[in-house]
Design a protein around this ligand. Structure first.
Ligand SMILES: C[S@@+](CC[C@H](N)C(=O)[O-])C[C@H]1O[C@@H](n2cnc3c(N)ncnc32)[C@H](O)[C@@H]1O
Length: 231
């Protein structure tokens, strides 16, 4: 069987190394995202990214998505009828590759009139600094998938987002009744404790995915905006 890996695009702009690769095996092909030399995700096992979007429930309304990745969370939100999605992504080249339609899912997201793709740092935005001109909430929902999880940071600067203060500050960007969903590569006891101390109806859902003959238990957390935020 013919096997080949093609680099579709690669950039080291702003010291942030990011690459899109296509793996071809016979008639089958899949896309991979590499960040700072490490495998971030691929298109064959994107179920948990879709569950992240589903966690906001039907009719998700106006949603903030951080970050873009291969676009699966954003695409699913559009599929289930989000009225508008604001996707905030740290890598400008990745946004450009989406606009060029380098992968089918990224192209679908970028060309949807309900989607706006913005370059920026979602952690800074949610900490309350309006660093992205013209982009502000409140949103009906927030989907966050920017690290490998609260205990497995890709970007150390994102750490504040997962603290109780960071979670409360993020929830302040939601409309009443709004919900935030967070992706993690595994369950985190400390994070779960913090979420349930903010919202007794917070949820933790494990999603099993086979990866290189290993079973991964990814975790999807949801937390609702409490009536009293205390921020
Ligand atoms: C694992 S991918 C997201 C996958 C996405 N849920 C999907 O369905 O394909 C993580 C993305 O978050 C971006 N990112 C990391 N930190 C960020 C931040 N602070 N603000 C915005 N984007 C960030 C990365 O560049 C990357 O594109």
């Amino acid at each position: 069987m013919h096997e080949e890996t093609i680099t579709l695009a690669r950039s080291e702009a702003d010291g942030y190394e990011i690459a899109l690769r296509r793996r071809i095996q016979g008639n089958f092909s899949s896309d991979e995202l590499i960040i700072n030399g490490a495998f971030a995700m691929d298109s064959t096992r994107a179920m948990s990214e879709i569950v992240l979007a589903e966690a906001l429930g039907p009719n998700p309304g106006h949603v903030l998505v951080g970050g873009l990745g291969l676009g699966f969370t954003a695409a699913h939100l559009l599929e289930v009828g989000a009225t508008q999605i604001d996707v905030v992504e740290l890598s400008t080249p990745l946004i450009e590759w989406a606009q060029e339609g380098l992968t089918e899912t990224l192209g679908k997201v970028a060309s949807d009139p309900r989607a706006s793709l913005r370059h920026g740092d979602v952690a800074t935005l949610l900490a309350g600094q309006p660093t992205i001109p013209g982009l502000f909430g409140p949103w009906d929902g927030i989907c966050l998938d920017i690290d490998n999880g609260p205990e497995y940071l890709i970007h150390e600067e994102n750490a504040r987002l997962y603290t109780p203060e960071g979670i409360r500050a993020a929830l302040a960007h939601l409309n009443p009744g709004g919900k935030m969903a967070i992706w993690s590569q595994g369950p985190s006891k400390e994070f779960w404790f913090d979420l349930t101390s903010i919202d007794e109806n917070a949820t933790e859902r494990l999603v099993q995915v086979e990866k290189s003959n290993r079973r991964m238990d990814y975790a999807i957390y949801t937390v609702n905006r409490p009536e009293e935020l205390g921020v």
